[in-house]
Design a protein around this ligand. Structure first.
Ligand SMILES: [Mg+2]
Length: 362
């Protein structure tokens, strides 16, 4: 009760303060300010015995002024006091944001997970498909694949998201899971030509505003590294399908190996799973030269394992970790807030990233 009242006072006070400072000038704001005054007045009337309007108003104004002053970049980006935007350490995040903005596009790179990070977690009240899901639900796959893949998912996914187990404990299970899926896929006789159809028939969608974000990043030549423990061939097709696969985008994932007829016969290289995907994976490639000097990183992920994607970015670096918390919200909130700088709760958009890039473009 006390917490709720204090939040209301804070929000009303902030709005009034903006109006008084001339930061908000519209008629609507005056109406909202007047509503705030009514709320405040009612609250003060109920609590006359302990507080006076003038003393509380002064305290509120001081608090608002100090918060705006303390976190000017968060304030400019409109990231303060949004229920779905959780920030454990606003001071640190504000500093990080201002450093990244000051560095400009030439010092920046983006590292993003794909499934349920670039892609939405749900759409029209339906869970959307991951790269694995696109194959699992495709009519082009034999029914026994779905059955087997679903059994494996039920066994291993709870391990992947277990809040108690350590990564070291989880890793052998992940390797085992991927190995079994890969063997199964080879058995199914997957072909190169079926992938585009699978993607087209799926319900996969990118987060709202992803196309806009990628187009701005391309226009500023900002490299985007998309890391995925999923299926690289499917993922690339999704990016192509939504017209965001430009030459500034590099995908690191698990890629199929094909024979001359385009039939899948295996996988290339080492398995990338959720706990070993990090920038060390590109150190041997030409892409690493492309990102030289770009030590300001926007990292986007939806799994705690994703925070390691920036491992391998040369020091000193400034990594802003943005986490999309899509499910098991209450259970995971504390861990996400401890590990990601900004946690976006069931936010199926790229609005926060777009605001940051827009501010940099001004
Ligand atoms: Mg993901």
């Amino acid at each position: 009760m006390i917490g709720g009242r204090s939040l209301l006072l804070r929000a009303c006070g902030r709005h009034l303060s903006k109006v008084l400072r001339g930061a908000v000038n519209t008629q609507v704001s005056e109406i909202q300010a007047s509503e705030c005054m009514q709320h405040l007045s009612a609250t003060f009337t109920r609590n006359k015995s302990t507080e006076t309007p003038s003393s509380v108003s002064t305290n509120l104004d001081c608090k608002i002024m100090s918060e705006t002053k303390e976190f000017p970049t968060l304030n400019k980006l409109g990231l303060l006091d949004k229920k779905h935007i959780q920030i454990l350490d606003p001071g640190h995040v504000d500093h990080l944001l201002s450093t990244i903005i000051a560095g400009g596009f030439n010092k920046m790179q983006v590292i993003a997970d794909h499934d349920r990070t670039l892609s939405r977690a749900h759409y029209n009240n339906e869970k959307t498909e991951t790269c694995h899901g696109i194959m699992d639900n495709s009519p082009l796959m034999p029914p026994y694949y779905r059955e087997e893949a679903s059994k494996l998912l039920n066994k291993y996914y709870p391990i992947e998201v277990d809040p108690i187990m350590t990564e070291e404990e989880k890793t052998p299970h992940m390797v085992e899971w991927y190995g079994k899926i890969h063997t199964l896929l080879i058995k199914c006789g997957m072909s190169r030509t079926s992938i585009a159809t699978m993607v087209k028939q799926s319900n996969v969608r990118l987060r709202d505003g992803t196309e806009d974000l990628f187009s701005k990043l391309k226009s500023k030549s900002v490299p985007v590294l998309v890391f995925s423990a999923g299926m690289g061939d499917i993922l690339e097709e999704v990016l192509r399908h939504f017209n965001v696969y430009d030459d500034n985008v590099k995908v690191v994932s698990n890629f199929f190996e094909y024979d001359e007829q385009g039939n899948m016969i295996g996988f290339k290289g080492e398995i990338i799973h959720v706990f070993n995907k990090n920038e060390n994976a590109v150190h041997e490639s030409d892409y690493f030269k492309k990102i030289g000097g770009r030590n300001n990183v926007i990292l986007l992920g939806d799994s705690l394992g994703d925070i390691k994607m920036a491992h391998g970015v040369p020091q000193p670096n400034n990594v802003l970790k943005i986490g999309f918390l899509n499910d098991k919200i209450e259970e995971r909130m504390e861990m996400y807030k401890k590990n990601f700088d900004i946690v976006l709760v069931d936010d199926q958009t790229m609005e926060v990233c777009n605001r940051l890039i827009d501010l940099m473009m001004k």
